[in-house]
Structure formats: structure tokens, C-alpha cells
Design a protein around this ligand. Structure first.
Ligand code: G3H
Ligand code: ZN
Length: 279
């Protein structure tokens, strides 16, 4: 049973947790993420980006996630989240399919248009009781196939107006965090604390891969509720898969090779869950 995003947010606040949000693309990644949460007995997010939904679709991902959770007898709260939702159509399709949390990423648009897009999505999502994450500022780096050169840090003076004008429930910030593994993150804690002081809603950190864990734990004091991890998990899968093939170029047992990838992702996700909250 997928948990509603508001319930998961309350769970994080009640237990004073920063929840990891792991990006999936397919069955193997979903299985590994669910197993890691279950093993560590801690809740969190499974998320998929608009871009990666082109490889499947919202219904396939929602049905599969529910079914994996049922089979794995999950006892911890997990929400299914649309990550970097790029269109209103994606927001609608994901909510209709049973996603329980949504991000609208219109941060590439001018400020007023970002507000308009997020507000529109919030009206729809809130009608169904689903929370919405929005992004203010531009995060540099490579998010799936989308490469962004924009490195516009979030302006603290915009935060209250943006949240009040959009009605968003979570705010993703740009404070020196980057997407992918090609650039070094350099978190600006002064800025993060300035934002946290004024923000009416909890904060989200994108680009978790590559951020030292002690910095993530430090960011916890700045209203941080959710931290996203994509590249670390994908790299773990690809490396294990590749190593299994390297070990035997005649290999044609796909299940064994995929299992090696899944096992490596479980280990990686378990370590992240452990390090982020020291559990
Ligand atoms: O939205 C997804 C994340 O921000 C992933 O970032 O690939 O750098 O961990 P990452
Ligand atoms: Zn992101």
C-alpha cells in the first residue's frame, strides 16, 4: 500500500528524519529500493522523473511499485513521487495512476511563469489530497538526458512569496547542489539557513549523489525533509551488471546478471538510508 505524501511528510517530521528519495527507472531499481527501505525499517520516497517515464508510463510504474511492495511485505511508509514533473499532463497522468506525491519543475521558466505552472498543478493535486514539491532556482548538472547550465541559486527573499502564491507543500532549493556525478557539489550553508528561516514549508535537496553525508546531516537542521538520490544508484546497478558480464562474456543468464545489479543497488541504498539519519 502506497502512503499518501502528506502522511509521509508527517512521519518524517514526527520522527525527525530526512527521507531519502530514490530514483527508479524500472523493475530492478524499484525492487532494490523497496528491499532497502524494508531492510532498514525506514520509510521514504520512490520517485521517477518525467523524462524516465518515457521508458514506461505512470500506470506501469504505479502498478509495479504496489505489487513489489505487496510481495515484499513492506512494513514502512513509502510514497510514489513524480520527480521533475515537466508538464501538467504528466502531473495528471501520475495522479490518475495512483502516485501519492508530485513535483512540478518549472524552475527553468521566468519567476511568474514558474508560479503559474506550480499553482495550476497544486489546484489539481490538492483536490486529490496529494502534496506538491516545487523548485525555485536552477540546479546545474545532468538530470537524466537534460543537461542544465543554469546555476541560479535560490533567492531567500522570493521564498515566502513563491510558497504563498503557489501553495506548494515542499520547496526544492538551489544552494550549490548539483545533479549527476560530473560536478562537485559545494553547499552554501549560510544561504540554506537563510532560506530555512523564512520558508513556510519543508525543504528538498536535489543532487544527493556526491554530497558528503555529514553535510546532508548538517542540512537536516535547515528544515530539510527530503534528499534525492539518482546517479549513485544507477551507477551501482550499471557497474555490477558490467562486472558480471566482464567476468563471463558468454553469459546469457539475464536473471543472474540483473540480480547482481539489484544486490548492489540494495547495498548502496541501505548505506544512504543509514548515513543520512545515522540509523
Ligand atoms: O531528482 C533527482 C535527483 O536530484 C538526483 O540527483 O543524480 O545527483 O543524485 P543525483
Ligand atoms: Zn533532481
Amino acid at each position: 500500500q502506497l502512503v499518501n505524501g502528506y502522511t509521509l511528510m508527517k512521519y518524517a517530521q514526527q520522527h525527525q528524519l530526512v527521507l531519502p528519495a530514490f530514483n527508479t527507472t524500472d523493475y530492478e531499481m524499484t525492487l532494490a529500493i523497496v528491499q532497502a527501505f524494508n531492510k532498514k525499517q525506514l520509510g521514504g520516497y520512490i520517485q521517477i522523473s518525467s523524462h524516465n517515464l518515457k521508458f514506461s508510463n505512470p500506470q506501469i510504474i504505479a502498478d509495479m511499485t504496489r505489487s513489489v511492495m505487496e510481495r515484499e511485505e513492506v512494513q514502512v511508509p513509502i510514497s510514489l513521487h513524480l520527480d521533475h514533473g515537466k508538464s501538467f499532463a504528466d502531473v495528471q497522468a501520475c495522479i490518475d495512476a495512483g502516485f501519492t506525491s508530485i513535483m512540478v519543475d518549472a524552475s527553468q521558466l521566468p519567476y511568474e511563469e514558474n508560479i503559474k505552472e506550480v499553482r495550476h498543478a497544486c489546484e489539481y493535486a490538492h483536490f486529490f489530497g496529494i502534496p506538491v514539491e516545487a523548485e525555485l532556482g536552477g540546479i546545474k548538472g545532468k538530470e537524466d538526458d537534460i543537461v542544465s547550465d543554469v546555476n541560479a541559486k535560490t533567492h531567500p527573499e522570493d521564498v515566502v512569496h513563491f510558497v504563498e502564491a503557489t501553495h506548494c507543500d515542499l520547496l526544492a532549493v538551489a544552494v550549490g547542489n548539483v545533479h549527476g556525478l560530473n560536478l562537485a557539489p559545494n553547499l552554501d550553508f549560510d544561504l540554506l539557513h537563510q532560506i530555512a528561516q523564512v520558508s513556510p514549508v519543508p525543504l528538498v535537496l536535489h543532487g544527493g549523489s556526491g554530497i558528503p553525508f555529514d553535510q546532508v546531516r548538517q542540512a537536516k537542521k535547515a528544515q530539510l525533509l527530503k534528499v534525492n538520490y539518482g546517479s549513485d544508484l544507477r551507477q551501482a546497478y550499471i557497474q555490477a551488471f558490467g562486472q558480471a558480464y566482464d567476468a563471463n562474456h558468454k553469459e546469457f543468464n539475464l536473471v543472474d546478471v540483473a540480480q547482481a545489479g539489484v544486490d548492489r543497488v540494495v547495498q548502496t541504498a541501505e548505506k544512504i538510508i543509514h548515513e543520512v539519519n545515522e540509523v
